[in-house]
Each structure stands twice: as C-alpha cells, then as structure tokens.
Write a new protein. Sequence first.
Length: 382
Amino acid sequence: MAQVPEYIPGLAGIPAARTSICYIDGSAGKLQYRGFPIEVLSERCSYEEVAYLLVFGHLPSASQLEEFRNQLVSERGLKFRIIDLLKTLPESGHPMDALTAAVAAMGMFYKGDHIADPEFRRLSVIRLIAKLPTIVTAWHRIRRGDDPIKPSHELGHAANFLYMLEGEVPTRLAERVFDVALILHAEHSMNASTFTARVTGSTLTDPYAVVASAIGSLAGPLHGGANEQVLTMLERIDDRSPHAVRSWAEDRLARKDKVMGFGHRVYKVKDPRATILQGLATKLFKKFGSTPDYDLAVELEGQMADLVGNKGIYPNVDFYSGIVYQKLGIPMDLFTPIFAISRVAGWLAHLLEQLEGNRIFRPSQIWVGETDRAFVPIEERA
Ligand code: CMC
C-alpha cells in the first residue's frame, strides 16, 4: 500500500520555493533582504532603493536609482476610468477591497502579450509599485466626497503618499518615518500573501492578477489586517494600570484569544521590525508628543513577555506600526492598504523569481471523505 504523506496544517516548515530574496533566522531575530540586514537598509536607504534591490536583485547605482525613480514618478497617475471605477464602489467598503478591484482592473487597461515578454514584465513592475499609493489615496478621498489629489512629480514615494492623502507636504521626520515603515514591510519570505502571489504567478497569468490575489490574502486579520486590529484592541482596554493590563492579558490568554500584534510563525524572539518601528515611534513622540496607546502598548509588551515569552510569543511588526501610522494622521482602515503598497515590491520579486524555471503549483491532498457512494434519487431522499 502506498504510504500516506503526513499532513502539516498551514504547511508549517514545508519549503515552497528555493529563493534568494529574503533571509530570516527566527530564533536570532535576523531579517535580510537579498543578504543585506534590515537594520542597515532601514537606516541607509529609501523605499525606492529597497524596491529596486528586491526586484532586480542588486543595489542600484546612483544613475540606475534615478532612472527607476523617474519611471515610478511617470507612472504614478491613474487612468480616469480607474478613478471612475473607484467612484462606483460603496464608500462603506474596506479600502483593501477597493484596492483589489482597482488592481485587478489594471490588468484590463495594461494588457501585455505574454508574461514571458521582458518589457511587459518590466512595465508591470513599475506600474504596480507606482500606482498602488495613488489608488489607495484616491479611493480614500473619493469615499468621503473629495476629489483625488494628483500625484506630485517632485516628492519621493513615501512623501508623495502622505501628500496625496490630505494635500500637505509632510515634514522631513514624518516622511522619513513613513519611508522606513515602507522598507520594513516590503518583503518577508514565504508568508500567506507571498505564497499566494507565487501560486497565482505559477499559472503564467498577468502580474495584475498576481498582485490582486496577494492583496486579497494580505487583507485577513491573521496577516496584514492585524495592524488595524492592534489599535482596536488597545482602544478597548479601559483600565491601563499595570495590574489591570496583566489581568486583561491573562484573561485573553486563558480564553485562547489571540493578542493581536504578538506571535509569529517564524520569529521566536521580538520581530526586528517591531524594534525598529518602536525606535521610530519614540522619535515621533519626542517631536509631536506621546499617545496613551503607546504607553499601553509598552506595558502590554512587558506583561506578555512575562506571561508567554517562554513560548516565543513576542511583538511582531504589526504591534507598533498602527501606533506610528496613527501619529502620522493616517486613518486606521488604511493601515493594511499601506502594507500592500509596500509589500508589492516583495510580491513582484517573488513573481519574477517564480517565473525563472517555473512549475505550476499543484500540491496533493489527503482524502478523508467516503468513496463509491450509492446515488439516491432526490424523491427517495429523507
Ligand atoms: N496571542 C496569544 N497566543 C498566541 C498568539 C497571540 N498573538 N500567537 C500565538 N499564540 C499561541 C497559540 O495560542 C498557540 O498556543 P498553544 O500551543 O497553547 O495552542 C501557539 O502560540 C501557537 O500559535 P499558532 O496560532 O498555532 O501559531 P501560528 O504560527 O500558526 O500563527 C500567527 C502565527 C501570526 C498567525 C499568530 O501568532 C497570530 O494569530 N498572531 C496574532 C495576529 C497577528 O499579530 N498577525 C500578524 C502577523 S505578523 C505580520 C504578517 O505576517 O502579516
């Protein structure tokens, strides 16, 4: 009899690709893009430079970076029919759904001959990275009855997003903090949305369908949606004294409810991105004043370390990102779309890698149902 392979829920620990994009050592809290430590990239680079590194596999020269930036700037605008499409969507809907719809529609406006065409691939990469921020900000304004703000030709990727939200050029500190947040979310190996992108890409469909499917996967509360849920969770904690925070956490853990922003399939220590984001948060608060949610988050982190640190449950990237975005004046339901406008670079890097020596994904299954059942005509069924 053939041996039944073991079923591993969530495919935990099963390699799905050979890759040179993102290296993680979860027990040492190490994260590297293309071999460069995240601490160095977040200190020295802009999002555009990191996106180039991820997609093309090497750091750009000054002229390559300038050309890449110019290409992104020239592709920031949206076709008026995509804006019209956004206008037809219900304003009560989640921005992630609006983003999925608009990105899927892009595939109809920017049809290429075949994914094997390098020029189609190059243009799709530029368009997707360039246009996602414009879609998110346009829809945010449309849903509240305002006209979208046209993208700036002068501002960098991070500053332009903040500018398109409210029409104000951000301060240097706000721009830098947001730029670093984008860098930190740009790639993270074989998570659910990246796996989705690789599976969709393996069918040789177009890159817009690949990114639309990845956005749908990112939207879930166990993945990108967690950053929004962290703030909702913190806001529901009324008594913020250390004693009350501890019993709140104990209760939640006893009920087996997840504490949002904690835990990670890969990290068994504090996520290095959470440490960097916390540093950014403290810089912001020094300049613009702290928030009660931040003080509560620090208290909760301490109590959780005491309660479940021995199980390797520590803050992940989402624990502090929402607090930072809130301080930048970004509405809560845009937190996950921001994750998408950053992660698109990682998804595209994985798509391109998948297409080298592609084989369509087709895992097996373990049958647990009945077989060869007798069919009962409908009039004879109980
Ligand atoms: N709060 C309380 N307990 C937790 C948590 C948490 N946040 N995360 C894991 N655990 C416990 C879990 O109850 C289980 O305990 P036991 O063995 O006693 O049953 C054990 O740790 C293993 O948990 P799991 O859910 O099987 O672990 P996983 O690797 O399947 O899930 C995770 C990883 C990120 C989905 C999970 O930690 C979680 O749901 N966290 C909260 C949501 C969150 O913050 N998500 C953002 C992830 S990071 C950004 C991203 O990749 O999108």
